[in-house]
Design a protein around this ligand. Structure first.
Ligand code: AMP
Ligand code: GLY
Length: 426
């Protein structure tokens, strides 16, 4: 089968690596991909949200399955686009329908869904221009810190944790009246601040049953010890030691099962990954957010811990036969450390040559490209997050140590990384 994978980050390189190992995959195309995905298949210069071009490519290359990495094509309805086109409807798209992708695409939709199905999450109210003064009043009376979330997609920047009322009020006005996040912030979810430890859980569902993938924890802040600005993710580890069987049982019965049942009851078509961003408050799990895709950089530790044929699982998802499969997890721990461009998450330069990639040929190490490009035969930096260096180990300490050892061989101008990934578990 010919497979088209949409996306260009470290997550997509990890997907491309696993998909290309499947005997079911005879050709893999990655659109647009990066310098790393070229080793797993053919990069195609296609914009994943240009559905008309995706369509012509699928027809000309006889694509038999489309795997969607990032959220944007899903939230914009790529699943429905395929389903409603007689030339495309037989090509399965791994991902939810447009309506179901609202779990990520609209915070207000996700909160209302959780409320309808009794899924534990922070208490909240939603406001827009119509009840603006009520919102100001609500913020003034509410304890701080308080969380403000732009309703729509805001490139991962739409969540503000306001430490005091002045900040909360200013952000509220900026979002609703000054269009700080454009249309996405014209509606704001105001939410109680929860204190606890976060982790990410992932399931692959065919809309009826699901497979639970290994959990992971990502490190979002730029600085050591979780300080400084938020980033797309500076590293991740899997497993997460506090996710023991008692905690997982609560997650399954209170969160995952009601979510899958809720989707079914409401007739929301979902054949893909659900990412549960969770927080454990004194051992009790709450949902911070849903995403309609896998996480990045979590995928770079989750997929290495899966021994299944990923394409066989995707086929089962498309056929509604996921119940015939079980997840086969590698007992080793995995850690990934992100190498980023100097200046990230602020301004940074691109185009620096990356050295040291050629010597890497070790069993227990995987270097996933995130923001890289091939220019005149050389691999150069092409984004804020450049490489995700994943290693296995008997435990998290060993895995991180191994990843850091490999990083010593890699170099590019301005390279920065956190050496404390997984610090709480080491
Ligand atoms: P998101 O963009 O939804 O991933 O949110 C970004 C981050 O904000 C999350 O990973 C949490 O660390 C934090 N956050 C979001 N909602 C809450 C909340 N209700 N309480 C505490 N932290 C939160
Ligand atoms: N690592 C968080 C995300 O992918 O949204």
């Amino acid at each position: 089968m010919h497979i088209l994978l949409l996306g260009s980050g470290g997550r997509e390189h990890a997907f491309a690596w696993r998909i290309s190992q499947s005997p079911l995959c005879t050709r893999l195309f990655i659109a647009p991909g990066n310098a790393g995905t070229m080793a797993c298949g053919t990069n195609v210069s296609l914009d994943p949200v240009d559905f008309a071009s995706v369509k012509s490519f699928c027809l000309s290359e006889e694509i038999g399955m489309v795997v969607v990495g990032p959220e944007e094509p899903l939230v914009r309805g790529i699943y429905d686009f395929f389903k409603s086109d007689p030339q495309l409807w037989e090509i399965p798209v791994i991902g939810p329908s447009r309506e179901a992708a609202q779990l990520e695409g609209s915070k207000a939709f996700a909160k209302a869904f959780m409320t309808r199905h009794g899924i534990p999450t922070a208490s909240y109210r939603e406001f827009d221009n119509n009840n603006y003064t009520e919102g100001v009043d609500y913020l003034q009376r509410h304890a701080t810190p308080i969380v403000l979330k732009a309703d729509g997609l805001a490139a991962g920047k739409g969540v503000i944790i306001a430490q005091n009322h002045v900040e909360a009020m200013a952000e509220f006005e900026l979002m609703i009246q000054q269009s700080k996040f454009g249309e996405a912030g014209h509606k704001v979810v105001v939410e109680e601040f929860l204190t606890g430890v976060e982790l990410s859980m992932f399931v692959l569902t065919d809309g009826k049953g699901y497979l639970l993938f290994p959990e992971a924890k990502d490190y979002k802040r730029i600085g050591e010890g979780d300080t400084g600005l938020n980033t797309g993710g500076m590293g991740a580890v899997s497993p997460v030691p506090f996710a023991d069987s008692a905690f997982m049982e609560k997650v399954r019965t209170r969160i995952i099962d009601p979510t899958i049942q809720g989707l079914q009851q409401e007739g929301l078509d979902y054949k893909g990954f659900i990412f549960f961003g969770l927080i454990s408050v004194g051992g009790e799990p709450y949902v911070i957010e849903y995403n309609c895709r896998m996480g990045d950089p979590e995928t770079e530790v989750v997929l290495p811990r899966i021994k299944n044929d990923l394409v066989a699982l995707f086929k089962a998802v498309a056929q509604g036969r996921l119940q015939d499969h079980q997840i086969d997890i590698d007992p080793r721990a995995a850690a990934t450390v992100m190498l980023v461009s100097g200046g990230y998450p602020g301004n940074y330069e691109k185009g620096y040559e990356i050295s040291g990639l050629d010597i890497l040929n070790e069993d227990d190490v995987l270097v996933f490209h995130a923001g890289t490009q091939l220019a005149n035969g050389r691999v150069v930096t092409h984004g804020g997050r450049v490489l995700a260096v994943t290693a296995y180990g008997g435990n998290i300490t060993e895995a991180v140590k191994r990843s850091l050892k490999i990083i010593e061989f890699i170099e590019f101008e301005g390279m920065y990384f956190r050496s404390d990934i997984g610090y709480e578990f080491r």
